[in-house]
Design a protein around this ligand. Sequence first.
Ligand code: NDP
Ligand code: GDR
Length: 333
Amino acid sequence: MPKTALITGITGQDGSYLAEFLLEKGYEVHGCFRRASTNSFERIEHLLDQITVHPADLIDQSSLEHLVRSVAPQEVYNLAAQSFVGSSWGQPILTGDVTGLGVTRILEAIRTVDKSIRFYQASSSEMFGMVHETPQRESTPFHPRSPYGVAKVYGHYMTSNYRESYDMYACSGILFNHESPRRGLEFVTRKITDGVAKIKMGLADELRLGNLDAKRDWGFAGDYVEAMWLMLQQDAPIDYVVGTGETHSVREFVEIAFDRVGLNWENHVVIDPKFYRPAEVDLLLADPARVKAELDWEPKVSFQQLTEMMVDHDLQRISQLSGRTLGVVRKSA
Ligand code: NDP
Ligand code: GDR
């Protein structure tokens, strides 16, 4: 019998890669989506004949209970969230409701319907915030620096609380930043690669950014969904830090991205204080030793490959959108 998985946030970046990964493994894949007046299936359009999608919302308890009862999955991956840190200051209550309390709602739905369902929570390196130890590992204390980070800490602790209170197989992956050509356009990596492509194609002159000194441990989203799955296949539920073990500044990402199309970033990037955050997370760097030793997980795509993959994708996309051919001389791949 194939296993059945339920993914909240299946329309997002990670949800789409996880759905592909689980289909490859032979799973029956279900996901939930928020009803909207426009279609949000862009990232999963190519999978719609292989998966089943159901309307549900993390702020609506009854829809989650109905969802878990009707799908009857063996595994639930809770990827849904208000996931953009920058918006979380403007919408702190919504962020707390969806990204924080939403975790409790889905845990309650599982506890009520079938306690034996295995649960994965998408925790985040943003929980480390103002870091007290570098690199960050499973035992590093949390000090969140945004309403988003605070909401993730709450969801993280509720997940371990349900594990300890109800003996549920519930665990959290503390994932560091992971990107892809499917990344939302507001996140800095995709904003940069989209901007580079528009400048290269003559559709824009400048790219406005905030803090170029922030450092992140960036990996490829397609690699990280395997770690999520591995965490639910073990004898016991354990929380793991998942990252590459390398850190790079926003400036380095910018340099590689512009370099890819033969442009000098300093001629195009404008620093705009509008993109500074009220409280910044200066440096994130994972210590992925435990996930490597115990789950045999390692990232496959390097920082340089990731940046170039995203630039190439956006060049292609923008050139198709603008109806022009890709007559671009690129530096050798
Ligand atoms: P995305 O923003 O791409 O996807 C978020 C998903 O959540 C979308 O499918 C969105 O639906 C859905 N969603 C938002 N609000 C609700 C709601 N009220 N009810 C139901 N669904 C909702 O995020 P990612 O794929 O990048 O991230 C997946 C998860 O991992 C998130 O929880 C994120 O916080 C966490 N995370 C991500 C990291 C990263 O670097 N990508 C690192 C660490 C953690 P819609 O399409 O309708 O907007
Ligand atoms: P982050 O990702 O906050 O780390 O959260 P984001 O790409 O938004 O920011 C990374 C860093 O870049 C700096 N920055 C800018 N950021 C944006 N968005 N736009 C800009 O113009 C800009 N200029 C500089 C930011 O200040 C920040 O330091 C992501 C999300 O996926 C979360 O959901 C996830 O939990 C964490 O990664 C791990």
